[in-house]
Ligand binder design. Sequence first.
Ligand code: PLP
Length: 416
Amino acid sequence: MRLEDNIYFAGENTVASVCNQFGTPLYLYDSDKIVEQIKTFKQAFNWPKLKVKFAMKSLSNISILKLMKAHGVELDAVSLYEAETGFFAGYKPSQIMYTPSGVKFDELEEGVLKGYQINVDNLSTLEKFGEKYGNTVPCCLRINPHIKAGGNHKIQTGHKDSKFGISLLQIDQILEITKKYDIVINGLHMHTGSEIYEIDPYIEGAKVLFKLAQNFAHLDFIDFGSGFKVAYKDGDKVTDLKKLGDNLVAEFSAFCDSYGKELEMWFEPGKFLVSESGVLLVKANVVKQTPYSTFVGVDSGLNHLIRPMMYDSYHEIVNVSNPTGKVQNYNVVGYICETDTFAWDRPLNEVREGDILAIKNAGAYGFSMSSNYNSRPRPAEALIVNGVPQLIRNRETIQDILKNQIDIFQEEEIKI
Ligand SMILES: *Cc1c(COP(=O)(O)O)cnc(C)c1O
């Protein structure tokens, strides 16, 4: 979205005309921004064997996945359904990393049958994997490196109570099991889940993996996960990706020398690749003045974008319809029968009923976390390609809400 002569444009069209064409609420993504982020990411990590695996849980529309594929980005899937969606979008199974958490062993067996790269995150799973496959199917190990970040608690990566990964402290058990079944460990993985903007803890985590790696003779790759921050508002601290990249590449290079093989360097960014590419476009249904404050009630809610309510995340909002209006403070709220506040006390250009508001940074964990709560349909999604917005998902209808429900009473009179 860009402002030209006080009119918001998305590609070649005005945002207002896009909303007219597809209706609101609408998730609108910009393919140029996604491609720019892919390039920035690849440039930051200057390693010949770099693999970027898009964490598709952040945005799993097949048109987005195809765009990723066209730009040499592979996939990280956290469920078989995600992996299957990736396959449907044209990925080879071998390009899909399958990183489930706490699933039944059947799901891993299914993943092996399909040919995905398997990532194991529990000792009992590793034992079953060894029993079943011995040295015939390689697997990756998800390690919890227990890194204590200096200073800010927000950057603690992989704390000791995390449910994810196999603890670094259990290395003896890992080695016992891999030896017993002759399991081929072809990769080591960490994804700490936190938002990273300091480099040292990340490098420390990497060093933990390098040290562990010396125990495994058949590694092809090390997967450094993700957690890279993007700006949600002016002045937000973000990951200095280039600096992190230079540091990590230097460490990785030294490690590969000592390991005796040039390994692949993997990452699984979600938010970094797609967050800023997306806006959720909504319409102001009502402007409600109370003796205390002014509310704007929009045609969306926590059913469409839950991050502000679930994580207290800040999403910038602009009034697309009135960019020169007098700035006042508003509480921007949804239409769900819950307290679903997008923003408290937010300065916006004067909002009138019918105005279009754009909620920014909605590309990652927006649509993919949406629901049918309050029996409301999910929004449509559109992608701007070469300046032109194209529908990539239909708005849901009442048929979608009803489609799996079974009416056991049909026309009979109910006697209970
Ligand atoms: C969610 C997830 C990611 C992506 O995290 P972002 O913060 O969106 O970049 C990467 N890897 C795994 C295993 C994940 O679960």
